[in-house]
Design a protein around this ligand. Structure first.
Ligand code: PLP
Length: 426
């Protein structure tokens, strides 16, 4: 019998970031001295109070099915977090707990997309957005970010140009993976104006009054990891970090048409616990909950208790870790900027640097021509045993994503090896 995979999922690619991370781990397990700068997760352990809450949930027998929307205790903790951090009030019916922010994004898309609906996604993008959209029969419409010299910030005009009656969803991600860009209030207000205000679209396609506004999915998983601009005389952590702004806070209409997605993976080093959430219009959230109920059911009971402890517990470790990330970020940016042929825009959020290697493309390593950053990443892994993710994975050839969610010595050794490799190119 020949098996036929459904059309709309048959071309879905493996996640390149997960693939690179798995490859680096396999090479390490095979005895290679791999430096892994490809990971999309904090290198820290889950905080002790959070681990203890998980153990306590097991000991108390809190190990049964949970409501599809998530336990009330966690939804209330998320509601408090959204209120305290962003001034956003949602009742419990407008918050759904999912198996990570990734599932929250996927279920939001599943709730909204009909075949052929367009989804505007900024490039460079997080690897999963276009694949999620395609897997649901939607059409990703890519909107280039401003240049790397302009910090990869939002190109509002680019969104306006591509907005049409077919646009159902806009995905934005701030702080951004892979660029580290943090969108400021002005940029987000201008985008909200284009989507919901009198700004409308500059293209003729959208001159008619829209019957529906597009829905924004605002991916804010790195919201607690922002940093102050690098200044030589100010020590790490001394200046106020770039403020994280959620588009949902900008106006009632923006809030009514936005699903805010976040979670505990990045802030609390809880990637394996799989807890994220979506907060937004009741109709969408109720659809998400129905999808959860008919597919995975409610998220892991133990993880939900641990997530409550994370959100409600002492937050000083979050700040201490943010400062550690900042020190590593400063070091990585300074080192990369000193390398010949490398241009490095300063990231103000998340835990990645996304330097350009365009100036070295076309040079030779031994007998091979380094024609692309995919090739550069391959050589760097094979010859220097450093794992990175090529920009091609994010729709941005010419760049490499290096994660600084690694110990300082690891980052230093990885950058030494990269510098070595670049120095050997002819
Ligand atoms: N969104 C972005 C931009 C990410 O980088 C990631 C993880 O890498 C996620 C969402 C998924 O997070 P979670 O672990 O909560 O599913």
């Amino acid at each position: 019998m020949r098996i036929k995979i459904a059309h709309h999922v048959s071309t879905i690619a493996e996640s390149p970031t997960l693939a690179m991370d798995a490859r680096a781990k396999a090479m390490k397990a095979a005895g290679r001295n791999i430096i892994n700068l490809s990971a999309g997760e904090p290198d820290f352990d889950t905080p002790e109070n959070v681990r203890e809450a998980g153990i306590d949930a097991i000991q108390r027998g809190f190990t049964r099915y949970c409501p599809a929307a998530g336990i009330v205790e966690l939804r209330s903790a998320v509601a408090r977090e959204l209120k305290n951090e962003k001034g956003l009030s949602y009742d419990a019916g407008c918050i759904a707990i999912a198996n990570g922010a990734k599932q929250a994004i996927y279920l939001t898309l599943q709730s909204l997309l009909n075949p052929g609906d367009e989804v505007l996604i900024q490039v460079p993008y997080w690897v999963s957005y276009p694949e999620m959209v395609r897997s649901l029969g939607g059409k990703p419409v890519l909107v280039p970010a401003k240049s790397s010299e302009s910090g990869f910030s939002l190109d509002v005009g680019g969104f306006a140009k591509r907005l049409s009656d077919r646009t159902k969803v806009i995905i934005i991600n701030t702080p951004n993976n892979p660029t580290g860009c943090v969108y400021n209030r002005g940029e987000l207000s201008a985008l909200a104006d284009v989507l919901f205000g009198a700004g409308g679209s500059k293209s003729g396609r959208n001159k008619r009054r829209r019957r529906f506004f597009p829905c924004v999915i605002s991916d804010e998983v790195y919201e607690k990891l922002t940093y102050a601009r690098l200044a030589q005389d100010i020590p790490a952590g001394a200046a106020a970090p770039a403020p994280h702004v959620s588009i949902a806070t900008l106006s009632d209409i923006a809030r009514e048409n936005t699903v805010v997605v976040s979670g505990v993976s990045k802030t609390y080093a809880m990637t394996g616990w799989r807890i994220g959430y979506a907060a937004g219009p009741k109709l969408i959230v109720q659809t998400i909950v129905n999808l959860l109920g008919q597919s995975t059911s409610g998220s892991c009971s133990i993880s939900q208790k641990a997530a409550v402890a994370a959100l409600e517990g002492d937050q000083s470790l979050v700040e201490a870790r943010r400062r550690t990330f900042d020190e590593r970020r400063r070091y990585a940016v300074t080192r990369l900027r000193a390398m010949k042929g490398v241009e490095c825009t300063e990231p103000l959020g998340a835990f990645y640097v996304f330097p350009s290697f365009k100036a070295i493309l076309g040079r030779k390593h031994a007998s091979s021509n380094v024609r692309s950053t995919e090739e550069l990443a391959r050589i760097l892994l094979e010859k220097k045993e450093v794992a990175t993710v090529p920009g091609e994975a994010f729709g941005a050839p010419g760049f490499l994503r290096l994660s600084y969610a690694a110990a300082m010595e690891t980052i230093k050794a990885g950058l030494d090896r990269l510098e070595d490799l670049l120095g050997s190119l002819r």
